[in-house]
Structure formats: structure tokens, C-alpha cells
Design a protein around this ligand. Sequence first.
Ligand code: HEM
Length: 494
Amino acid sequence: MEFSAVTVALLAICLSCLLLFRKGKGQGTGGRLPPGPRPLPIVGNLFQLDPKNMVKSLLALRERYGSVYTVYLGSQPFVVLCGYQAVKEALVDRGEDFGGRGDFPALFRFTQGDGIVFANGEKWKVLRRFALQTLRHLGMGRRSLEERIQAEAQCVVEELAKTKVEPIDATSLISRAVSNTICSIIFGDRFDYEDQKFLALVGLMIDNFHLLSSCWGQMYNVFPRFMSYLPAPQKRYFKNLEKLRLFILDMVKVHQETLDPSFPRDFMDCFLLEMQQEKEDPLTYFHVNSLVMTTHNLFFAGTETTSTALRYGILILLKYPEMQAKVYKEILRVVGPHRSPSLEDRVHLPYTDAVIHEILRFADVVPMGLPHAVTRDAHFHGYVIPKGTNILPLLYSVHKDIAQFQNPETFDPSNFLDEDGVFRRHDAFAPFSAGKRACLGQALARMEMFLFLTTLVQRFALQPVVPPEEIDLSPLTSNVGNIPRPYEFRAVPR
Ligand code: HEM
């Protein structure tokens, strides 16, 4: 359901009549928030923002109020951080103070603060540490998992070969491949691409990522109580979440019945063993609900972000055939035409590595990051941000910072290459955010981006069905996620 400006205005007026002014966090607690546009009661700065393109309208306010300013989403103040310097100072240099999770009602209503992404305090620390250690133990960033991703990439190759050069929209195929990687880590098994249950699950995740990134998702996060009265599309969204929850719960039951404590098979087994160890502790964070929510976090965060980045990557390679040809040439020289590309090849493929980094910078899959919150009163840039205030680190503004990138609006792999063509890291590369809350799955996401993209280019010439100059790289929606426009391509075997 799309909202026109008129609908948004009507909504806001209705809201003003329906709701009492809710006193926001950070107000009247002795803080001194950075300046920003004057908010109206209840609607806050809604009229200064475009719910269809929140990112760009937030960035526009920077021109007037500087790189640290306050905007009211509804009655809640959010301190917006723009540009590399401000985001780094807060998330990295002051990681402890800025490491809380902020308001995100569209998912908080489901998780109730359980799991990792929307947890805070000790619970977050314990569950995050456990998940990171377990994912590493299960091969994140290592050879054992690499082989599974390589095998999954071969399955994608087989599926693409079946198209016989006919145009394909690979959205669902890519999501199924990426989801299978995370399934094999969490549930110990992958699904057949035609498995109806699996297809339905992947469909739910794609649908929910679109909904979250739509105008509706944005409005729900600003006015959760009011939006709860509107039937569509929230009914579908929460039904999707419930179906995912029930699926995970079924998996928990199967794992409980077949658990062998001396041979944990996957993430779920490791979590169940931790539950057993801590069952006498009344304050434990390890229980069935936190298992379900943690699994949901990994499943959802691990599928839609990575597959959206891969889809963007393919679209970019279709738009720039000369760059695709250069990547292919490099792969052919280093890996050859038959052997599966492996992570060890990466250091010998500087151009390819630079293209993949530039895809992640340019595509900006999570352009606003996720909201943070300050864990204590924070003195920052001459202001006092009271404990609990929401913080929006605009990752998009880091990637488009002209002090960091020469032509930030242009797709340019040389952002990650030195004069000699050697790969170089960039401090302002932040698709996974930074600091204590940085993406927990980034090592896995980087493995997948590299192995899937190199395998595809090695095996197929990816060809657009329209002239490259007609390909529009601007996102379809740009809110929680930057989602590329739908497209088809031909996979021509090499
Ligand atoms: C290209 C792929 C990915 C991108 C661009 C991405 C991006 C992000 C971003 C921007 C955040 C917010 C960090 C913050 O709050 O400052 C995040 C958090 C998170 N991501 Fe990812 N992510 C990706 C893949 C993954 C994968 C594969 C997994 C799971 C295996 C994952 C799991 C998580 C989790 C659990 C969090 C919450 C961390 C916390 O609150 O402590 N992500 N991700």
C-alpha cells in the first residue's frame, strides 16, 4: 500500500485528533539536544520529511543544521549523525555510550526485545557474544563454511544454466541460495530450491523486507499505535512474522527430539545445549523464546540484506559491461575457467575485490543503519544527549561523503584501489555499520558476496535485456533498505 502526500497529511491530521501528545525520551531530562527543524505536536517533523525517501530528506536537513542535528519522528527525538566524522566519533570512538539499540516498533512488537538485534544491556551482550562465538565455531570466515557456500553457488549455476539464455528475474533464486547458507548454519541443512515450504518462507522474507522499506514501514515505525488501527498491510506483515516464528518453533522441536549433547550439529543445537547448562539459573537469557528470536534475527538479517546486495551487484555488472569483462579477465587469469573461486584467491583478485567493495558502498543496502540509543547522558559536539535518546547513524551519508570519496554518486571501483591497482581498504567503508553494534554477520556476508559473484561471472556472461544506458541504478525504495528496481538478465554460458 503506497501513501500519497495527501494521505500522509490526512493521517497526520487524524493523528493529531486521536492521540495525546506523548512525551518523548530525552525531553525535559536536563539534556540539550542538537538543533533541528521545529517539530509540531504529535507529528514532529513529518512534514519536513518524505516518507517515500527518508534517507534523502534527512540528508537535505544537514545542509541547514549541520552534521549532528535533531529531528522528531512523531513525538520521539532522533539525533541524526551525518558524514564519516560524526558517525565514527559516535559509533567507534564513543562505542560504549552510543551502543544501545533505539526504537524500531515494526520489529520490536514481534521480538519484544528478545534475540540480539533489538535487545539491550546485559541480555544483548550475552546473546551477541554467544552467537558470534558459535558462528565462528561453525565456520564463519573459515574453510568449512566456504565449501558449503561454493556448493550453493554451483546450485545457482545449475539453475541459471536451465534458463537456456532466456531472461530471468533472479530475485527468488538468489534469496533461496543465500537463505540456504544461513539455514545450513542454523538448522544444519539446506533445502531443495523447489521445496514448497522453503519457497514460501523465502517469499515471506522478501515480502517483509519490501514492506519494512516501504512508506508503510516508515510510518509504522513513527506512529505504531495509530498505524495498528489500519488493517493493511500490517496484517500481512505480522502474519508473515508469525509464520516464520512457527516454522522456527517446529525446527526447535525437531532439534530437541534429536539432540546429541556430544555432537552439536548446528547453531540451534549449540543454543539448546547452553539452555540445558543454564536451566537452573532463573536469570538466564537462554530459553526457547530467545532461541526463536535469535534464530529469526540471523535468518532474516542474514537473508534479505545479502541477497539484496547480490541483486544490486548483478544489476551494476549489467550496467557496466566493461567492468564485468575486466572482472572476468582477472578471474580467468587467477582461477581459470573450471575450479571454483575460493577465499584464498581474493588477494590475487584486487580489481574484483574492489568492485565488490564498491557494490557494497554504492548499493548501501541499509542506508540509515539501524537506530541506536545512547546508554548514558552523552556530551557530544557541545550538546548533552540524554540517556535513551534515539540516534540515527546515516550510513548513506558516510558513503556519499565528498571528504571521503571523490565522486561519491558514481560507481567507481578505484575508490578501493591504489595507483598501482593494489586493493586498499577505505576507512569510510561502512555498509555493516561500525563499533560495538556493527553487523554480526559481516564475515559471512563478505564470504557470500565474493564467492557467489565470482562464481557467476566465471561461468556466465551476464547480459542485460535492455541497453545498459537504460538501466536505472537508483533504488525502488530507500528507507530501512535500499531495494533495487526489478530486472531481468540473460545468463550466457562462457
Ligand atoms: C550485505 C549483507 C549485510 C549488510 C549490508 C548488513 C548490514 C547491517 C547493519 C547496517 C546492521 C546495523 C548495525 C548497527 O546497529 O549499527 C546490521 C546488524 C546486524 N546484522 Fe547484518 N548485514 C548483512 C548481513 C548479515 C548476515 C549474513 C547476518 C547473519 C548471519 C547478519 C546479522 C546481523 C545481526 C544479528 C545484527 C544486529 C547486531 C546487533 O544489534 O548487535 N547481517 N547488519
